[in-house]
Every structure is written in structure tokens, then in C-alpha cells.
Ligand binder design. Structure first.
Ligand code: ZN
Length: 338
């Protein structure tokens, strides 16, 4: 069948065009209800994820321990976040049936009226979850997985660096987990305003305040019990290192796409517990187990995503949507509606 879909012809150049879809034996055809744009889409759009990162000459090339990640080749059917209804399944598919509501967890070209996905890149929408929220299942699942595995406990002071979509999901989640004080750090006053509306006790704008001094003050010079790094820059990583207490938990959420210089003496000297918390880089079998668990608080209404959806565009305005993601630093989650 044919569908309308967004093709990234080259970095910075998107077109809406016709795409021929065929459904393989282990694939599923989905009618898109909502899709959304995340930082990785932006990086691919701009061309800021380099092959150099994926196969760093000295360490990664030919090293079997490195995850097999490749830079998408142009032209590329862009879009990995989204959800919709199953309209047809391949002959060997037993996991899904026509009419099922599903969420995308892989690169299937979700910026389209219809997309085809291999079975292993889909998850069933948990019962009771609204489709708009469920379409954000992948980014939300990742952020919730991180929050639930952050080790945050009743009474903790938690610093969240970066209040993009993930940071804001985690702000809510760690507060609900019993954090005494949640300190949110960002450069956008608008994002910080959202953070303070949904659970942050203290907000710090890194462009106008000394983040380290302020956090030391807020923690009586003891440092935070847990720091969640969700900004992904050299500066944010080093700031996180400087505000964590002795023996604190350092939660690595960001996907850092180029080599950076870190001052990690403290990681050893102050015996940090380092946790990497990436849901999508578990195996698919594990992901099937985690997803219902990490989305349960959303089904139960404990986490509200609606304040995080700052922009919605019709699919035909995809260029405007990307312009917003790239240039409007107050944009949190930008959605595309076919
Ligand atoms: Zn994403």
C-alpha cells in the first residue's frame, strides 16, 4: 500500500512524499494516531550524530563490545516515536492482531499516516492509557525507567540537570517517590516554570546563576543524595560531578554523541555509585517486561504528561515542527498529528 510519509532527503531537508509499504511476515502495519520528535531525531535531522561517534577510531571500530549503532543513511524515513492502531499483521505474527493499540520503540518512520514495524519494535499500549499519552510511550518509558531505577528514596535531595521532556518526567517521578527536595537546573525559564509546577522545589537557571554554589547552599554544603544528568553536555556532566554528596548516586541518562572531557577524580575519591539507566538498550525481551511496569504510574494518573506537550503540528507542517525543536529552547515535546 501507499502512505504519506516524511523523508529526510539530506541533513536539514525534509519532504512529505509517498512511501510504498510492504508488510513482511514478522511485521505489523500501524495507522499512526500521534508521533513526536525527540533529541535524537533533531540530531539526525541536523547531522550532528557523526559516524565518528558510533565507531570512534581508537576504541570502537571492530570492537565487538560496542553496541551496534549506525548513523542513518540518507535519504531516511524519519521518526521513531509514535503510536496507533494495528490494521494488518504479517503471516507469522502472533503477538499482535488487527485493532490492537501499539507504541513504537524503533526506527519505523512514524512520521506518516501509516508505518510498518517489525514485531520487536512495538509494545502494546497498557489498558487505560490514552492514545496521545501512549504515543509518547518510548520517551516516557525511558525517563520513567531512569526515575524508578535512580535509587531515590524518601528524604533525598535530588538534582535534575536538564528539564527537557525526560528531565520533566523524572522531576515528577522522583518527587512522587518521596524526594524531600527536587532541584531542577536548565537554561530555559519556561521549562523551569513547568518544572516548578509539576514537582520541583527549587529551580536554577544555569545561564544566570552559579549552579554549584546554589546547590551547595540548598543542601547545607553536603551535596545532593542523587544527581540525574539529563542535559548531555560536558558542562552538565562536570556540574553533576561537583554537586553530588560523598557516596551519592550519579544517574546517567543522557545520550552524549561526541567525545567530551570529564573531571572524574571525584567519582573515585568520593566513591560515587554510577548508574546508567537506558531502557531502550536492554534487549527487546527485557523491554517487554519493563514497559508495563514503567508506564503503570501513568495509567494510574500519578504522572501527567500534558503540561510537557508544548507544541502540536499537523504532519504537513513537519518543517515548522522541526524548526521549533531546533530553534525554540522553550519547546519540550513537539507532536506531529497525521
Ligand atoms: Zn526518542
Amino acid at each position: 500500500m501507499k502512505t504519506r510519509a516524511v523523508l529526510l532527503q539530506n541533513h536539514g531537508k525534509l519532504v512529505i512524499t509517498e512511501r510504498e509499504l510492504t508488510i513482511g511476515d514478522s511485521e505489523v502495519l500501524v495507522k499512526t494516531e500521534y508521533a513526536s520528535i525527540c533529541g535524537t531525531d533533531k540530531n539526525i535531522f541536523l547531522g550532528t550524530v557523526s559516524q565518528e561517534h558510533f565507531s570512534m577510531e581508537m576504541h570502537g571500530k571492530g570492537n565487538p563490545l560496542y553496541s551496534n549503532r549506525e548513523v542513518p543513511k540518507m535519504p531516511f524515513w524519519i521518526g521513531h516515536e509514535g503510536g496507533g492502531t494495528v490494521v494488518e499483521v504479517g503471516s507469522k505474527v502472533s503477538e499482535f492482531k488487527k485493532g490492537d493499540k501499539v507504541m513504537s520503540f524503533g526506527w519505523s518512520g512514524t512520521y506518516a499516516d501509516y508505518f510498518v514495524s517489525p514485531v520487536q519494535n512495538l509494545e502494546l499500549v497498557p489498558e487505560g492509557l490514552d492514545m496521545k499519552i501512549a504515543s509518547l510511550g518510548e520517551p516516557t518509558g525511558c525517563a520513567m525507567f531512569s526515575a524508578l531505577n535512580s535509587g531515590v528514596n524518601l528524604g533525598d535531595t535530588v538534582v535534575i540537570i536538564g528539564t527537557g521532556f525526560a528531565g520533566l518526567v523524572m522531576t515528577q517521578a522522583v518527587k512522587k517517590k518521596g524526594a524531600y527536595k527536587v532541584i531542577a537546573v536548565d537554561m530555559s525559564d519556561e521549562k523551569l516554570k513547568i518544572a516548578s509546577n509539576i514537582g520541583a522545589d527549587v529551580i536554577i537557571n544555569a545561564s544566570s546563576e552559579n549552579v554549584i554554589n546554589r546547590i551547595l547552599e540548598e543542601t547545607n554544603m553536603k551535596g545532593a543524595d542523587v544527581v540525574i544528568e539529563a542535559a548531555g553536555t560536558e558542562n552538565s556532566m562536570n556540574t553533576a560531578t561537583s554537586v553530588l554528596k560523598h557516596n551519592g548516586i550519579f544517574v546517567l541518562y543522557s545520550y552524549i554523541t561526541k567525545p567530551i572531557t570529564l573531571n572524574i577524580g571525584r567519582w573515585h575519591d568520593d566513591s560515587f555509585e554510577i548508574r546508567t539507566t537506558c531502557l531502550v538498550h536492554h534487549t527487546e525481551n527485557e523491554r517487554h517486561v519493563w514497559v508495563p511496569w514503567v508506564l503503570r504510574p501513568l495509567v494510574l494518573g500519578q504522572i501527567d504528561l500534558l503540561p510537557l506537550i508544548t507544541h502540536e503540528f499537523k504532519l504537513e507542517n513537519v518543517e515548522k515542527a522541526f524548526e521549533t525543536v531546533c530553534n525554540n529552547e522553550d519547546a519540550v515535546k513537539v507532536m506531529l498529528i497525521p
